[in-house]
Design a protein. Sequence first.
Length: 826
Amino acid sequence: MNDLNKYIQLHSDSLEISDFQGEIDSLPDDFFLQYPSITSLRIRVKNLTTLPSSFSTLRVLHNCWLSDCKIKTLPENIGLLKNLQRITLSIGNMDINKEALKLATLPQLNHLKLDYWRGNDFPENLRLLSHLTYLNLGNDKKNAGKVADIMTLIATHPQSAQLTLVLALREKDILELLTPEHMPLLDKLNVLDLGYFGIYGSQHLKLPICVAVTQKVKIVRAYEKTLPEFRQLTAGKNYTAEQLQLLFGLHLQNIQAINRLLDNRLASAIAQQQQPVLRLLDKPKGESQKSIQEKLSKYGITVNNKSADTNTIVVVGTKTVAEEVLPLLDAGCQVITVDQLNEILIQQDDHWLLQDDNEEANTQLLRLFTSNDADNYNLAFQIIETGGANKTIQTLLAVVMLAHPDKTIAKKAEKLYDKFGSQGFRQHIKNLRPSLRVGGNTEWKLRNTLTNKEVDEVMFRLMYQVIGGANNNMAKMISHSFSMKGIANITLPPEIVYFTQITDWDFENCEGFNLEAAIPIFKEMPNLKHLRLNGCHIEIPASISGLTQLQTLEIAHNTLAADSSLQSMHALQYLDATGLKIKNWSWLGSLKGLTTLMLNNNQLKEVPLAVFDMPQLTRLELKQNKLSAVPEELARLNHLSYLDFSNNQISEFPYFLGRYQLKALLLRSNQIQEVDTHKLAAFTSNRRVDWQEFNLSRNKLKELSFTSFKMVVRDFDISYNQLTVLHPSLFASKPDSFYAQHNQITEIPELEPGTRLSHFWLQNNLLTELPAHFAHVIVGNCDVSSNQISTIHPDFHKFGATRHQRLYWKLHNNPIPSGRIGDKYF
């Protein structure tokens, strides 16, 4: 027991056991017998896999925290702990769904917090914990896509009226949770605590207004102040669900949500030849009460700011507060937004660009914008002033307004956007202040800006790329490259054809990307040279064969509708066909111009024959296949400089490659048992072998040396093998990075004084000392942790004072005596 004392803290009736380094593997079975009266227990022991059987003797235990350990199951007799009320579990390999059956036997359990658990399925058996009044599901990754399961749990929980539910959710999930159809069920809860910074932070415009229909549930963080204020404001009133949401939108100053909520009742009245009276609580910029009256008089519509009856339509905007609208709703008035009024007013002017037969004029306007030229902008603004602006042009105006570095141009765009665009978007920007004229995390700023759907996301991003790429304050933006990585369900508008300066289009991980609709547009874009579709998980249609202008095509982890659909792409130089899992690769024979080919993760047992007839090939990747050898036919490819055959079943080292000066030879995770340097030397013709990156990690090597020839390697990895000795010849080439962790190495070989290494990793070996010669070596990132080092040579005192990089060396999990050695303390 004395050995455990340093890990134990006992305070009155509270016991804590902590071991973050993995020094404890188990606790004695009778361990808890000496602590019969503790009421609080916290266990954080990295390598602990089971609880001692004496755990069930803690009969007065109230609170229990289990985290940062490897416990898979709770004791079968945990139900004996009759007083256990609160449990926190944060264990990545515990199946909570199974363990919930045991937790259900605890008669007093009312508080459960879950941070991590095994698998991605939602633990539906939580519904069996009938006494819970507090449930915290604190992992947004585990909760992703589980809104339906969460709602089922609420519906089936017998104590939902007393339940405090704490949820960590991502934006997509929190917006899916807070929908009108979920409100009746959520209103049965006592407290709903929503943990997502983008929702309960300062960006109130993201908040759904449908929560206005709830009456009881307390929603903390997201609506902690605003919802109680609103309920007090509307107490005793009998408003409809739409009216409540309207008022709450005004209370939150969220005009964009109100735009989506309300039908345009003025447009309906005009269509039905009714003659309502308008009452203006707000009006579009550039309009007066008189101008509005004049434009609508032909419909018999009047403007009277004192009218308040069932024939009155009230216009609200960003300046309107809920208190103004309350008595008007009580009087039976209807409501529209200032944006909805503006739609009607714009139609009354002769805005010829908005007419269906003016496609040619709109095309010219798009060309003026996408040129990003000052004179062309001014011409475009003149056209818009009289011609009007559809949603696409409004979007381009919004980007120029927010992102153009020339403030004069930006101000002109702002004036036009105020005339034709959405006040909801203007309010959104006013609250967000995204600073789109400077660099920083532009993707984060764009994502927040585009949560407002009153601009077209694709066109906004494209125009922003053009403007930002030409802005010297945004060095990271490249005008010819456009990315929408990770954005799902994209359908590209036909207007993208006018962005002729963009040659590189990246849609990586855009699940649901509508490629079939995009291909006809891409065919009209001769400047499109690079198309990246990795990870979209879509079917690549046969029509892709028409994109013969492509030089780069990345289609990893998709499927091909037709195996031969790529054979017409003779201009291709770069092809990533990882994970296609097709059988027929003969079509590769027509792609003679390839310089880079990636065929990873395709269950290949042989290299496709067509590969050997690609004379320009410089990079070939065939990792994660079932290859048993590196074929000598590759010797026909004179320009080959990068080879990756990692994660295969190769047992024989490819000695013939000694003829090549390779940038990289990667053979990690194979079954190579030896590298016979005499055989390798025979292929070198007494020349120096210069391989910049050489990776033999995770093979079965027991020894390795370069004694028969001169070898130059910049980045050398022999980790995870069975080596017992590091031969000095491995360092003769003075590598920049050297990795040999997870072997059985007993000592560091003598290195030349002044040797410089950016990385030197020997963790998890059998080293017993840091020798004198190693004190003279300059290493930036050194890791010798988890060895048996008990001795550090005194030269580390002498040569340590100015070696500040040693401050970051990793030496933990070694039996080093305490004290100062050089500039390090132990």
